[in-house]
Ligand binder design. Structure first.
Ligand code: SER
Length: 882
């Protein structure tokens, strides 16, 4: 069989042709959804159908007969297997979907047309094989009706031919299409482990909705969900045997070859594996950060961190020097950026996160390696490295076990892998137990129950502090629902609507009061619970409150006003940061309270004083411009088109509030936001940044104040300055000159003091000099000096030399604050006559509990035992025969 009996297509051609083909059949083209799924049962997007879950379940309907897309997917079930020729973590999936709009017969007919028609893939029919679910005779007949021979169709069981995206949700039997790569590959039949029959397209006939309890009621309609792995079909269309050999992956492998100087397929299998891991992981990492995932120790952040670290580690194995991973990210963006604009838009962020994480992990590798080397040195020749040590390296230092093994084996030591595995298993048990605890905690949560029977609380406090005619829907006392709450009780009150803002998006909850005809409550906080239910955390001050009562809610006006201003200030700050630092700045968290605001954002180094000043100045300029704050409610697409800043990784409903400064087309700030804001920037009065610092490896934090808080801050600072000025007895404007003057005076005084201690005018120094012993060729001073630091001894030596001239030497001991200093020094002629400072110090330092040595003309040591000073000097005398 020839491998060139069909045409060749690039990845881009296949992608474009597929999407066009299904659009022409009437499917609506959808862009890929984010790798962060909407669906809480999923960690990461793993299939094209994810974004259509609600259409399958019938809670949403589509006007068109179905949809088509090319979806970013990430599957994490076998990260550790990646490196063989097949597995990929990240991949693109071409799909077509129907939610009752077209049938199984249509899906099969179109799939067959697309793969065999010469206008499309034009694959040779004799190399195509089909599998169906156990008893799906209908599918067999449908394939056969297009001319497929029965001996090219086989039945497979649930493991292969039943598909579900997650533990619950839409699922169903499927039929898969295989390509026969030819007898030179191993493999007997479609569905076996060999590489001969490659599965490249999965057609799922989605018809069930699996529930938590395992039951599978029918979905409202019979659906279609097909998925074709783009890398795999690209390899087939390019006459290649592996996912890694299609054009996209091959360009990443080629980059690895260039960076490492190692050729793919040239030598050992291990380097091929590392090249593949680098190609796969670097692409996954780039896409993940592009979609707003940041490295962390849990959830998807952890997946990202693992992939990134594994890539760095394999780079090292290949001998790539220095940081290299952003080079891969650029290649990924170069090759796929025109399809996935998030890669281009977030390039600065991607670069920054990768560099910071790569640098940190590089340091981890170094630290781990040092620890491992120390452990290995302790081992007898050929001894086994304990599994506990290997686990500690893995767990505490993040040092990969493969690397531990490799380094140990190079040094002739096996690693006790059984013990390592036991430690890993124990850790997994611990993790499982804590996960169970969380699930149990959630099940006990009264708020889950409340949100089941109560709809989202309506917020009607944007323009007013007061809302009248609100109805009490639930009362929760001590974690239980109640019908009534009495005076003196703490209660969480749920209403149908409220003027209280429940804590959300960083803005703290409001405080204030609730009043009915018969009760009065003080509200100390308002919180958001599941399903958008707002709980007013209250105390009944007077009377009784019943479910069903009508109440008026009144928010504490002054506090709310301060919150409004600080919230507006966070928008201005965000906009200024982007302008001054660049587009990679993205909000990573915030706190908006009455007294201050806190804003965390992605950035990789400390801000300079000049940057802080520019940012502050920009925000203040907006305040002084007295721009009205304009809020518009609009569709999410319209908002994005207008350039509104959306929070990274945040989900928004279809209708959003867009908050802008002013009404121009290009306002200073325009953000999607549900919070409460000042009516005009002028209300902020003045904006001051109080602090700027780091939070984690890739994020900075700014704390700032506005209006009343800013005045308080400035007052406090000025009062501090006044106090200093009065203590210095000068005017505030003279403080700096006065402090400089004091510093100079102090330096002068210190100099004089030092001269008095070590110079000729010091009596202990002059006494020592007059007691110099004549050694013939030179004069020798041996002396003990009190209250002089070891550092000052050099000054004493200068004085000795000044007094005694060119032929002299000294051995000095000093003690200050319990610390001993020793110094021996001699002029050239003294050294020529046999004086050896280094030897003297070496011999005598032990007496004062120190160690030291040095050159023949100058040596010093420190010690901690002052009681040995006399013995040390005596030892010097006898050594020098003085
Ligand atoms: N959801 C199926 C799969 O991922 C078909 O798209 O294989």
């Amino acid at each position: 069989m020839s491998t060139t009996d069909y045409k060749t297509m690039t990845t881009a051609e296949i992608r474009a042709d597929y999407l066009k083909f299904f659009e022409e059949k009437g499917c609506k083209l959808y862009p890929s959804s984010s790798l962060i799924p909407d669906d809480p049962s999923l960690l990461l997007a793993n299939a094209g159908m994810n974004q259509f879950k609600e259409y399958y379940q019938g809670t949403k309907t589509m006007r068109e007969i179905g949809a088509t897309s090319c979806q970013k997917c990430l599957r994490t079930n076998d990260i550790d297997n990646i490196g063989d020729a097949r597995h990929l973590s990240f991949f693109e999936m071409l799909g077509n979907f129907s939610f009752g709009g077209y049938t199984k017969a249509d899906a099969i007919a179109w799939a067959y047309e697309f793969i065999t028609s010469p206008e499309h893939l034009g694959l040779p029919k004799d190399r195509l094989y089909f599998t169906v679910f156990e008893n799906d005779d209908e599918a067999i007949e449908l394939w056969h009706s297009h001319g497929v021979d029965y001996d090219h169709i086989s039945r497979l069981g649930e493991e292969d031919n039943f598909w579900a995206a997650g533990p619950t949700g839409p699922c169903g039997p499927c039929s898969e299409i295989y390509f026969d790569q030819g007898p030179e590959f191993e493999g007997e039949a479609p569905g076996d482990d060999g590489d001969r029959y490659l599965e490249f397209w999965n057609l799922v006939f989605t018809q069930y909705d699996r529930q938590e309890d395992g039951s599978m009621p029918d979905l409202p309609h019979r659906n279609i969900d097909t998925g074709m792995g783009l890398e795999r079909i690209a390899a087939i269309m390019q006459h290649k045997g592996s996912n890694y050999e299609g054009d996209v992956m091959r360009s990443l492998i080629a980059l690895g070859e260039k960076l490492s100087g190692v050729e793919y397929h040239a030598s050992a299998n291990d380097t091929d594996k590392s090249l593949r891991i680098l190609a796969d992981h670097s692409r996954a990492v780039t896409f993940m950060i592009g979609d707003g995932i940041l490295p962390s120790n849990e959830g998807r952040g952890y997946v990202l961190r693992r992939l990134l670290r594994r890539a760095v580690y394999h780079g090292r194995l290949l001998g790539i020097q220095g940081a290299f991973l952003t080079t891969y990210a650029h290649e990924v963006t170069e090759v796929l950026g025109d399809q996935y604009e998030a890669l281009v838009e977030n390039q600065a962020l991607i670069d920054g996160i990768i560099s910071a994480e790569e640098e940190r992990f590089g340091a981890t590798l170094n630290a781990g390696e040092t620890m491992l080397q120390a452990e290995l040195e302790k081992l007898a020749e050929g001894a086994v490295l304990s599994g506990e040590v290997a686990f500690k390296l893995h767990d505490t230092y993040g040092f990969p076990i493969d690397l531990t093994r490799e380094i140990s084996e190079d040094a002739g030591h096996e690693v006790d892998m059984d013990a390592f595995e036991r430690e890993m298993e124990a850790q997994r048990d611990r993790a499982r137990q804590s996960a169970n605890r969380d699930a149990w905690g959630a099940a006990n949560n009264v708020w889950a129950a409340v949100s089941d029977h109560i709809a989202e609380t309506e917020f009607c406090g944007y323009d007013s502090d007061v809302a009248e005619g609100c109805k009490v829907l639930a009362l929760v006392v001590d974690g239980e629902e109640r019908e009534v709450a009495h005076a003196g009780e703490s209660v969480e009150v749920v209403l149908d609507k409220t003027s209280f803002y429940g804590e959300m998006g960083g803005q703290v909850g409001d405080t204030g009061s609730i009043a009915s005809d018969s009760a009065r409550l003080e509200v100390s906080d308002a919180k958001h619970h599941e399903g958008g239910v707002v709980a007013h955390v209250s105390e009944v001050v007077e009377g009784e409150l019943h479910v069903g009562d009508a109440v008026t809610t009144t928010v504490d006006h002054g506090r709310r006003e301060l919150i409004r201003r600080n919230h507006t200030a966070t928008h201005l700050l965000d906009a200024a940061l982007k302008r001054v630092l660049g587009d990679h700045v993205s909000q990573a968290g915030s706190l908006v309270s009455p007294n201050r605001l806190r804003f965390d954002f992605t950035h990789f180094e400390a801000l300079t004083a000049e940057e802080v000043a520019r940012i502050e100045g920009m925000v203040n300029a907006e305040i002084f411009a007295a721009e009205p704050i304009v809020t518009k409610v609009m569709g999410i697409d319209e908002a994005k088109a207008a350039g509104a800043v959306a929070l990274f990784g945040e989900k928004y409903g279809d209708v959003v509030r867009v908050v802008s400064t002013g009404d121009s087309d290009e306002p200073f700030s325009r953000e999607l936001c549900g919070g409460t804001h000042a009516r005009n920037t002028a209300e902020l009065g003045i904006f001051k940044i109080v602090s700027e610092g780091s939070v984690g490896s890739n994020a900075r934090r700014i704390e700032a104040v506005t209006s009343v808080g800013a005045i308080e801050y400035v007052d406090e600072r000025l009062a501090g300055l006044d106090e200093v000025a009065s203590s210095l007895k000068c005017r505030p404007s003279e403080v700096l000159t006065r402090v400089e003057q004091l510093k100079e005076e102090r330096a002068d005084a210190e100099k004089k003091l030092k001269a008095a201690l070590v110079g000729g005018s010091s009596s202990q120094v002059s006494d020592a000099v007059s007691a110099a012993v004549d050694m013939g060729a030179y004069k020798l001073v041996i002396a003990r000096l009190d209250n002089i630091g070891g550092k000052e001894l050099r000054g004493v030596w200068d004085t000795v030399r000044d007094k005694l001239g060119a032929d002299c030497a000294c051995v000095l001991a000093s003690v200050a604050d319990g610390k001993v200093g020793l110094l021996a020094a001699g002029t050239d002629s003294a050294v020529a006559a046999g004086f050896a400072a280094g030897n003297v110090i070496k011999e005598i330092a032990g007496h004062v509990g120190g160690r030291g040595g040095g050159r023949p003309n100058m040596a010093q040591a420190g010690g901690s035992d002052a009681s040995g000073i006399d013995a040390a000097l005596d030892a010097a005398k006898s050594l020098l025969n003085a």
